[in-house]
Design a protein around this ligand. Structure first.
Ligand code: ATR
Length: 286
């Protein structure tokens, strides 16, 4: 029998990461044995990752605050990582002549996108509001710009408007051939128009707080999604949206499982069933 694939997640803090649980569910589902750990990075990410790959590691995930360091470390990148300028997945590649290289990917954006598709979010022709302009927003916007998805407009509202403007300028500079109309504004400038999809990409739910968005905007929305998640599937944001009548409301566990599934597929060549894995992860968390 072959050895389990040695995998890990790097970050700080890392003790509460559920990535080992998610990947154990994928392993059971696909029959591919993995030995997936957690490594807390207190010093240099480069040193920690190099030691891991020298000790038999074949792949890793990378979370806060190490994603930019991972982008700097890898030898080459996928288009997703190149666009996001941060890496959340690394794969060790060994050539026939024994040369070892590290490939970096960013699966966060596609993880959200596949979850939105799975949940039948009304994306075609939609007017989307993304709240927040941190690292998470930078990762999730690119897949939404694909012309085949057909989104009409994306507004990024953020406390620090310049960060939203920077993301939009960077996306426009990439010339992805997107026809999506992009705009940035502050909470005070946000127009009371009908946004069909509202995505909370701030860190506010972590603190049990809500963004400063007027209730009438939620009342007009058809779909709302919080990137934050809880074992129960509810956050302060999802509860607020439900109370105001948004018909479809979800937390971000599906995105987390979705991005993990894309990492697993990069390492093994096998894409797990995200919906089935999500139900198992939710049950085990509960
Ligand atoms: P992540 O990598 O998860 O996106 P981040 O880069 O720290 O984390 O971004 C957190 C987001 O939550 C930002 O959009 C931040 O707004 P600023 O860019 O203005 O800092 C937003 N956020 C955090 N606390 C907030 C608050 N009290 N009110 C409004 N927005 C807040």
């Amino acid at each position: 029998m072959s050895q389990p694939l040695k995998l890990t997640v790097f970050g700080n803090p890392i003790a509460h990461s559920i990535s080992p649980l998610v990947h154990s569910v994928f392993a059971a589902q696909t029959g591919i044995a993995v030995d997936y750990g957690r490594i807390k990075v207190e010093g240099s990410f480069k040193d920690a990752a190099t030691a891991f790959f020298e000790a038999g590691g074949v792949g890793c995930n990378v979370t806060v605050p190490c994603k930019p360091d991972a982008f700097a470390l890898v030898d080459h990148c996928t288009k997703s990582a190149e666009i996001a300028q941060v890496v959340n997945t690394i794969k060790l590649e060994v050539a026939a002549d024994g040369t070892r290289t590290l490939l970096g990917d960013n699966t966060d954006g596609r993880g959200l996108f596949t979850d939105l598709v799975r949940l039948q979010a009304p994306l075609a022709g939609s007017n989307i509001l993304i709240i927040g302009a941190g690292g998470a927003t930078r990762g999730i916007v690119p897949p939404l710009l694909d012309p085949e998805v057909g989104i009409a407009r994306i507004t990024i509202v953020n406390r620090t408007v310049s960060k939203a403007q920077d993301i939009i300028a960077d996306m426009q500079a990439l010339q992805l051939g997107s026809k999506v109309e992009l705009s940035a504004c502050s909470f005070a400038e946000l127009k009371p128009e009908a946004y069909s999809v509202i995505i909370n990409a701030t860190s506010l739910s972590l603190k049990g707080e809500l963004p400063e968005i007027k209730d009438e905007l939620y009342r007009q929305a058809r779909f709302a999604y919080d990137l934050f998640y809880t074992p129960q599937g509810t956050t302060v944001f999802t509860e607020h949206c439900k109370a105001l009548g948004v018909p479809a409301v979800y937390d971000g566990l599906g995105m987390l499982v979705g991005q993990a599934a894309l990492s697993f597929a990069l390492w093994t060549g096998v894409m797990p069933d995200v919906g089935a894995a999500l139900a198992q992860v939710r049950a085990q968390l509960g």
